[in-house]
Design a protein around this ligand. Sequence first.
Ligand code: ATP
Ligand code: MG
Length: 485
Amino acid sequence: MEPVVHQIWPRVWQRLHRPLALLRKNHSGCTHHSSFAPSPSPHLSRPRSLPLVSRLYQPSNLRDVGPDSRLQGEQTCKSQRLMQQAGLVYPSNPGCYYYLPATVRAMEKLVRVIDEEMQGIGGQKLDMPSLCSADLWKTSDRWELMGKELFRLKDRHGSDYCLGPTHEEAVTTLVAHQTTLSHRQLPLLLYQITRKFRDEPKPKFGLLRGREFYMKDMYSFDMSEEAAYQTYESVCEAYTRLFTRLGLRCVQVQADTGNIGGTLSHEFQLPADIGEDRLLVCGSCSFSANVETLPLDQTNCPKCKTGSLAQSKGIEVGHTFYLGKKYSQMFNAAFSNTQNKATITEMGCYGLGVTRILAAAIEVLSTDDEIHWPDLLAPYQVCVLPPKKGSKADEASNIAEDMAYSLGETLPSLKGEVVMDDRTHMTIGKRLKDAKRLGYPFVIVVGQGALEEQPKFEVICQKSGETMFLSKDGLLDLLQIVETV
Ligand code: ATP
Ligand code: MG
């Protein structure tokens, strides 16, 4: 027995005789390994910790979506049902949700991918106040134009404010206040990822249409129209890269500029039946548009002239606008040009619905009862299932535990990405069903096979639907391709 186990996972054979009770539980729900030799300075060496399913705050027994007073008759959809049933979100009042820990993990990953793409094209991240003074909004006239969509409030001095639904006014004022902006600093791309507030007439579909949601909003400042178009292009390309990295099929469609204004605009749409936007897509060329931008009776492609336009529905996950001088003129956002002359900047603005992307991805990728995440965004990549307590394979539980610890050490991309379903009073079958429902890309079942002379582990790959029986090396080979952010 000893040598075989020793070959499998380096520390296991020493620990086979150690009872599980030696693992101390800490307050954050993780186990700490008591080391064999006491560490000379416990403050310097961090204990190894492992997320345990029994301790994760992912309450799946919260009230189901149904007649629910907090939703006040909101329409629901697949992603919302799956997210609530899996303990990912919980409604607080119409259009507002608790984002529970697994969702926050997924969202932090999404934010990292967005950061990489935005910073890859020169974006600089900032954070603007959500409490926006009415004065700014009155200057742009949008205090009136936005109507009931603005959440308005007064401070103790009676001054008017709104909770920011978008930040064109705020960012343009900021840049206008910089008296020394030089042409050498352009293009200037500033973005933030923050909560936005919109008093939507009909919040619905969970995170897809909330009244409080996360958006990435970027604003660009350029020295000429031509330069601004180049910036616009580079943002569209970054959006396309982002959706490709997430494994989401996204179409860039010609769009209306709405009350933001400007002259050129595109939406990034995920085709989906519950999508609220109607799109027309040419069968012969790359043309696609939101129906709002074309005459009602248009059936032929206005670009290639020969193709016919097919209708589909989409969820708008991103929107880009070329604004020209609309806001920069209003707020006097100027730079000094090569002749040292103050010149008004050319602007663009670019939104991505961060929480909407998460829900839309679940909507388009999942089956009716299993969540499928974009690979990069799964809250955890691997779930290890130790054998049921008291079963024939019980002896393999230490192997499972050691594997769960070692995977993140052996494969750096899996650091912090492995959970262990320690609910060993439950059958493997039940836990496996749960794991599939929650959408771990890889589930490893450590059972009888792990105790054989040539140990084998059952690995279920959610994406391909395959179940494989792999040796330790085979398992490492498979998992080393997992990309994380
Ligand atoms: P919609 O047409 O869906 O109401 P919008 O055109 O008003 O959206 P934008 O102002 O373009 O939205 O905002 C940028 C992005 O923010 C959108 O592309 C979308 O992904 C996201 N978004 C907008 N409204 C919401 C909302 N109520 N809930 C969640 N995400 C939203
Ligand atoms: Mg839009």
